[in-house]
Ligand binder design. Structure first.
Ligand code: GLU
Length: 313
């Protein structure tokens, strides 16, 4: 895929595991505006690494929703499920550098070893980093298939984020290949962003903690490090991350309840600090108004009422 040096190339990279909700659509709109307001190109990539949870029908609905809002993209939509050879080549390279090791830990063991509260993502505590050959043989003998991890030496990485400012984090021994043989999200994303010439990554700020890992991987693999903008999450009225169970959270829900896609776009634009509440605003106007400086740094609370109207709190 061609890439003109000096011209921004942005992207939106959803996982086709469920319909996009207003928070995802808002991130997509911000990503598109950021690239296009500078005359840049824009790519959509389907992160369907996990073929069990992903579906082609959902991918198509996601693309239809983007198009309905006026978000367009250049070239073909790339599907990660068709690119495993590229991810394996990158893994082989890291392996050749002596930077990988098999990890037999279950998720529960990692949480326990890290004494982490239930659920959240925790840095890997390094349990399998220094196993002897005999210990590895013993663990494989039990029938456990290992994941493959990067030997990362707990380095700190700091990056500048267009929304969050300076962000620092520790690079743990990130998974490169899961124990079911599927390449990891962190590995695939850096390989693809580089291969596709992406130089601006816009995504939800729940992924900001993964960015130091990705920058470290870029450096090890000799890939270009893009710029980053992590968009604050959308929350439901209960303060939890916006999800299907909140109801009325997709474009289709809004349309069923009498809103037009243009009205939904105005709602998203308002949430991004680019329009007044309920102000009708088209894409050329939004392109003229866009800047990261206007995007709020705090989460966006979406309140869906029984009549289906969404409000921005
Ligand atoms: N596929 C990821 C998601 O849907 C986003 C990955 C990224 O933008 O880097 O949450």
């Amino acid at each position: 895929m061609g890439h003109d040096v000096g011209v921004t190339h942005g992207r939106f990279a959803p996982s086709p595991t469920g319909d996009l909700h207003l928070g995802n659509l808002r991130t997509a709109l911000a990503a598109w505006l950021s690239a296009r307001h500078r005359g840049g190109s824009f790519t959509v990539r389907m992160e369907d690494l996990d073929r069990v949870t992903s579906s082609a029908e959902i991918a198509q609905r996601q693309l239809d929703d983007l198009a309905a809002l006026g978000i367009d993209w250049d070239g073909d939509v790339v599907f990660q499920s068709a690119r495993f050879d590229r991810y394996e080549a990158a893994i082989a390279r890291l392996d050749g550098l002596g930077l990988t090791y098999p990890c037999f830990c279950s998720r529960r063991e990692i949480l326990e070893a890290a004494r982490a509260p239930h659920g959240g993502e925790v840095p890997y505590p390094g349990t399998c980093r220094n196993l002897t050959d005999a210990e590895r043989a013993e663990r494989s003998g039990g029938g456990r298939r290992p994941a493959l991890r990067l030997r990362a030496h707990d380095e700190h990485v700091t990056f500048h984020d267009a929304v969050l400012g300076s962000v620092s984090g520790i690079v743990d021994d990130v998974v490169l290949r899961r124990n079911d043989g599927v390449p990891s999200y962190n590995l695939a994303v850096v390989v693809d962003d580089d291969a596709q010439g992406i130089d601006e990554v816009v995504r939800g700020d729940d992924l900001a903690t993964s960015t130091p890992r990705q920058i470290h991987l870029c450096r090890l693999l000799g890939l270009r490090v893009p710029t980053y903008a992590h968009v604050p999450l959308a929350l439901g009225a209960d303060g939890q991350r916006l999800a299907k169970r909140h109801g009325g959270v997709t474009l289709a829900d809004a349309v069923v309840r009498g809103r037009t896609p243009a009205q939904v776009r105005s709602l998203l634009a308002h949430s991004l600090g680019l329009a007044d509440a309920d102000e009708p605003v088209d894409m050329p106007e939004l392109l003229a108004r866009f800047s990261w400086g206007q995007v709020p740094r705090s989460p966006w609370t979406v309140v869906t009422n029984p009549d289906g109207r969404q409000h921005h709190a």
